[in-house]
Design a protein around this ligand. Structure first.
Ligand SMILES: Nc1ncnc2c1ncn2[C@@H]1O[C@H](COP(=O)(O)OP(=O)(O)OP(=O)(O)O)[C@@H](O)[C@H]1O
Length: 246
């Protein structure tokens, strides 16, 4: 469970995040959507235990975020693969750190992601979708307490992005890892967010929280609620973007 109470973050004496209050149940997925610069990545960095410079309470399963005490998977926008490591070593990176080089290569996961034939390649020899699969393999191999994803699919073309969203949902359904996903796409939030958090422009505050009935439904675009919820979310985003205008 993630519990955030009265979180404030400042950079150079300016409020970046203001009074964020959020609860996330264990094994849920929360999509965070909001204007550029509203502090979404800052929020992920706090949850990752990288940024400790904040006021308020942030707890992951009752403990302050710390990569030493919790297993936290992070998938950044550019996939975060190390260019000098082969695919298999990139996949093993987090596991080797967690288990001190004492881990088996997760062949089931590699099979399910179709990576078997790519294990000896370097990242630059892969397409964007393949790199994203490696990045997902690395994160899910960890069986993390918390998975953080910062616009993970935004660099992919529309069709590959949709494929990768399905891949993510399949993996999540197997592991139920608690996930916070930052996205700019309304459709992605409606497919991948069990809860959708809409943030205001800087300083970022929580504008609305939506419990999303379309979550993880592969036919979500065909459902009656889809058009209505897309419209509603776009209206919220426009209003939230204007919230802190002078
Ligand atoms: N280390 C830092 N020092 C000073 N200001 C910072 C620092 N990191 C981020 N900021 C500022 O904090 C604000 C929030 O940045 P952040 O990257 O969290 O926003 P974001 O919502 O993720 O943006 P985007 O959607 O464009 O990725 C921005 O105005 C940014 O310029």
């Amino acid at each position: 469970m993630i519990q955030i109470d009265n979180l404030f973050v400042k950079y150079d004496n300016l409020n970046i995040l203001e009074d964020i209050n959020l609860q996330m149940a264990e094994g849920s997925v929360c999509a965070v959507i909001g204007p550029s610069g509203c502090g979404k990545s800052t929020l992920l960095n706090i949850l990752a235990g990288i940024n400790h410079d904040y006021e308020g309470k942030v707890f992951i399963n009752g403990m302050k975020p710390s990569p030493k005490k919790q297993t936290i998977g992070f998938i950044p926008q550019n996939y975060g693969l190390l260019p000098w490591l082969k695919v298999k070593d990139n996949i093993m990176l987090g596991l080797n750190i967690k288990h001190k080089n004492n881990s088996q290569i997760p062949m089931d996961l590699i099979d399910s992601l179709g990576l078997n034939k790519l294990l000896n390649r370097y990242p630059k020899e892969l397409s964007g979708g393949q790199q994203q699969r490696v990045s997902l393999a690395r994160a899910f191999a960890l069986k993390a307490d918390l998975l953080l994803m910062d616009e993970p699919f935004s660099a992919l073309d529309a069709i590959t992005r949709e494929e990768m969203q399905d891949v993510f949902i399949n993996l999540w359904q197997q592991q139920n890892v608690t996930t916070v996903l930052v996205t700019h796409y309304v459709e992605e939030a409606l497919y991948l967010g069990q809860k959708i958090v809409v943030m205001t422009a800087t300083p970022g505050k929580v504008y609305k929280i939506i419990d999303n009935p379309l979550f993880a439904d592969k036919n979500f675009r065909d459902r009656e609620e889809f058009v209505q919820l897309s419209k509603q979310l776009r209206i919220y985003l426009k209003k939230a973007g204007r919230e802190n205008e002078a």
